[in-house]
Ligand binder design. Structure first.
Ligand code: SF4
Length: 289
């Protein structure tokens, strides 16, 4: 509490277990091996963390062709990659470390098992997101990405289909897409593959955003799960702002807000949430004077 203003920080704010595990793995590796480490794509969608990693000799590349050293270490990030791409990089002169989140692996296995039995796959997610691109590789060439129920209407009719969610999908969107797909398939398997940490984060956000005058969502502007959280908050709270760093917080946004809720995406470090909390406290105290 700050005067009459209530500030609540989400219990689920900060790195999800999958991101935390990938970062810990890479930092440990950097300490042990004293060699440059490359990650296939940025380890997480957070500019501040990526800068910190560079200081530890950890760099992101978009393709293995960018790596000039022999036997370099290449890390597959938490989002995972398509099996064909994994086979291709394992055939190169590289040491490959797999940091795919076990919960993403579970979705990959689900898709593969159904695809091998002849099911088409409908993925409810962002078609350009790395996790979805990786999942498509498990569909045996019969995968379709939709962003929600509207796009399901544009799909062909399937005899057998398996509908899955990108792990950070919003539950209501997945459910609506599955309902829509039901009328379009002879047999439909509904595989709710939204991961538990995402579900908890969304449930907490919905509950607290409804009772807040202002929600501050902290996280990368290029992070899909942070953007999704922000969209949920915009719908439910009186006002919501999405910031990457504490210095983007404006005094004017806090004016008149008696209850403030601070939440963050899965790729936002706890220290950044702390900084935003400090800045919020300072600005609300100033507003009260
Ligand atoms: S959001 Fe869920 S599935 Fe994705 S890395 Fe985090 S814990 Fe794993």
């Amino acid at each position: 509490m700050t005067g009459k203003i209530q500030i609540t920080v989400a219990k689920s704010a900060g790195f999800c277990p999958g991101v935390k595990n990938a970062i810990d793995k890479v930092l440990e590796l950097a300490k042990q091996r004293q060699r440059t480490i490359y990650t296939l794509g940025p380890l997480i969608h957070n500019k501040q963390v990526i800068e910190t990693l560079k200081g530890q000799n950890i760099y992101a590349v978009s393709s293995p062709a960018e790596i000039k050293e022999r036997r370099a270490i290449l890390v597959i990030r938490a989002h995972g990659i398509a099996p064909q791409d994994e086979a291709a990089i394992r055939a190169l002169d590289l040491e490959v470390i797999d940091a795919t989140c076990p919960l993403v692996k579970h979705v990959q296995e689900n898709i593969r098992a159904h695809a091998r039995k002849g099911y088409a796959t409908i993925i409810v997610g962002d078609r350009d997101h790395a996790e979805v691109l990786g999942l498509m590789g498990y569909t045996e060439g019969r995968g379709f990405v939709v962003d929600g129920p509207g796009e399901v209407r544009g799909l062909p009719r399937f005899e057998k289909a398996n509908i899955v969610a990108q792990t950070t999908q919003e539950y209501d969107i997945f459910l609506a897409a599955a309902e829509e797909a039901r009328g379009n398939c002879g047999e439909l398997v509904i595989s709710d593959t939204i991961c538990t940490p995402t579900r908890q984060r969304q449930e907490e956000t919905v509950k607290l955003a409804r009772n807040s005058d202002l929600v501050i969502v902290v996280g990368g502007k290029n992070s899909a799960n942070t953007t999704r959280l922000f969209q949920i908050c915009l719908r439910l709270a009186k006002n919501a702002v999405h910031i990457e760093k504490e210095d983007e917080l404006r005094e004017s946004s806090l004016k008149g807000a008696a209850s403030i809720f601070i939440t963050a995406g899965a790729s936002t470090p706890t220290w950044m949430v702390e900084k935003v909390l400090e800045k919020t406290r300072a600005l609300t105290e100033k507003n009260l004077q």
